[in-house]
Structures are given as structure tokens and as C-alpha cells.
Design a protein. Structure first.
Length: 252
């Protein structure tokens, strides 16, 4: 058993008394479930490829078969992964807040839906999900859980090629997701940045938006980031060790 993390009493009190919490999660949370971060995802047969070539509209237009084979490989990785203690702790605090009639919103940059598997409900997928595929011709979206695909790229009933419903390089984040994120940030009094490098925009600016609204801010990450000196509390370490202890102090 890992040694319990030392949680500042002031942070536990801030979470205990918060009326509305927003948590932002990044690749570091999924990495603790064995899913490579995007920067580390080029391995094995894919090590020679540039991720920008495989995660862009231009790359898909050039070679849709190659791009969808890579995403099928990533779906296999995600499908084999299980929620870790950080995922479960976030689901638990959401459930606890619901019993208190307080708000909890989970914003995630991850596309694997491990938060859903852990039991989280109020999840905003900023970058979409690898499990939903969109027709490039008619726009129809459908969840795809069978791995592997039978053809590359998979085809819609209309005959159009289908692509993952994720945000690629050069694309805007979904308007609906951004609106939900800003609505949550406008009303929160505690913001947590968890397992993210805090450099990918627009999510990297969320901590500043929350601070401008008067919210207290927290960072939980293995390494220092650009916001380490900005937040009210910075806890360096694994989210899967820190979050369960924080939740234990608040919800038990």
C-alpha cells in the first residue's frame, strides 16, 4: 500500500466547504492506467510516424486507412485499460457532492472514457472521445466499441469515410463542450488541475479564468508546470495517491 499523501488541512477544508468544484484532468491521469500520453504514444510499429501526421485533417485526407489503423491501435490500448484510484476518487467526490446538492463538473482532455467507466457522470469531453466515430460525408456519429474495425477506414451507411470524433491538430474544440466549461468556471469556487502539463490551450487558461472569478485553485501533477507558482495549492505526485487521500479526508 502506498503511503498516504499529506494533504494540507486548508485544502481539505476548501473542498469540504466548496459550493461548486471544477476539476480538469489531463493525460497524466490516464497514464496511471497504462495509457501512453500523446507525446509517448508513438511506439512499436508506429514509432517512425509523426503524430501530427496521424492526428490532423490533412493526414486523414492523405491516408485515411493509415490514420484509422493507428486509432484502432489506440482504441485497443484504451479498451484494455481500467480506471485507476484517481478516476475512482473523482467519481466518489462527485457522488458525495450530489448528496450535498453541490455542483461538481469534470472537464477532461482525455479521450478514453475511463472517467465514465469509474462512475463519473457530469463529464465534459473537451477533446472528444476515441469511441465515437463521425462520418466525413453526412456527419452522423456513432459509438464504436468493437475492436478491431473490419475495414480501414470504416464506412458510414451513406458510403462516407468515418473518422474519430476527437479534436485534431488545427481544429477548434467543440462549441458545446467549451460553453459547458465556461459556464462551470463562471460559477465555481474551487478549481483543480490534475495530471495536465498546463500548456495546451484553451484548457491551460482555465485556471486563470477560475482565479479571476475568485475561485481557489489546486494543482495535482507529478512534475512542476507553468501554473505551479500560480495556484493556491500545488501537490506534486501521482493523482492516484493524492486524490484518494483528499477525498477520504472530505467524504468520510
Amino acid at each position: 500500500m502506498p503511503k498516504p499523501s499529506v494533504i494540507p488541512e486548508s485544502l481539505a477544508h476548501a473542498l469540504q466547504s466548496a459550493r461548486a468544484v471544477v476539476a480538469l484532468t489531463g493525460a497524466g491521469v490516464s497514464a496511471e492506467s497504462g495509457i501512453p500520453t500523446f507525446r509517448d504514444a508513438m511506439e512499436g510499429l508506429w514509432a517512425e510516424f509523426d503524430p501530427h501526421e496521424l492526428a490532423s485533417p490533412e493526414g486523414f485526407a492523405r491516408d485515411p486507412g493509415m490514420v484509422t489503423r493507428w486509432y484502432d491501435w489506440r482504441r485497443e490500448k484504451c479498451g484494455a485499460a481500467k480506471p485507476n484510484p484517481a478516476h475512482r476518487a473523482l467519481a466518489r467526490i462527485e457522488k458525495y457532492f450530489a448528496t450535498q446538492r453541490r455542483a461538481f463538473t469534470l472537464l477532461t482532455q482525455n479521450v478514453d472514457r475511463l472517467h465514465h467507466a469509474a462512475g463519473s457522470r457530469n463529464v465534459v469531453e473537451l477533446h472528444g472521445t476515441i469511441w465515437v466515430w463521425r462520418c466525413t460525408q453526412c456527419g452522423m456519429e456513432r459509438e464504436e466499441r468493437d475492436v478491431p474495425f473490419k475495414e480501414y477506414p470504416p464506412r458510414c451507411a451513406c458510403g462516407g469515410a468515418r473518422r474519430p470524433a476527437v479534436v485534431w491538430f488545427g481544429e477548434m474544440l467543440p462549441h458545446d463542450a467549451m460553453q459547458k466549461a465556461h459556464d462551470a468556471l463562471d460559477g465555481c469556487d474551487l478549481f483543480l488541475s490534475i495530471g495536465t502539463s498546463a500548456v495546451v490551450e484553451p484548457a491551460a487558461s482555465f485556471v486563470y479564468t477560475a482565479r479571476s472569478r475568485g475561485a481557489k485553485t489546486v494543482e495535482i501533477n507529478r512534475d512542476p508546470t507553468p501554473i505551479t507558482r500560480v495556484v493556491d495549492w500545488s501537490l506534486l505526485g501521482k493523482a492516484g495517491e493524492i486524490l484518494p487521500e483528499l477525498v477520504r479526508q472530505v467524504a468520510e
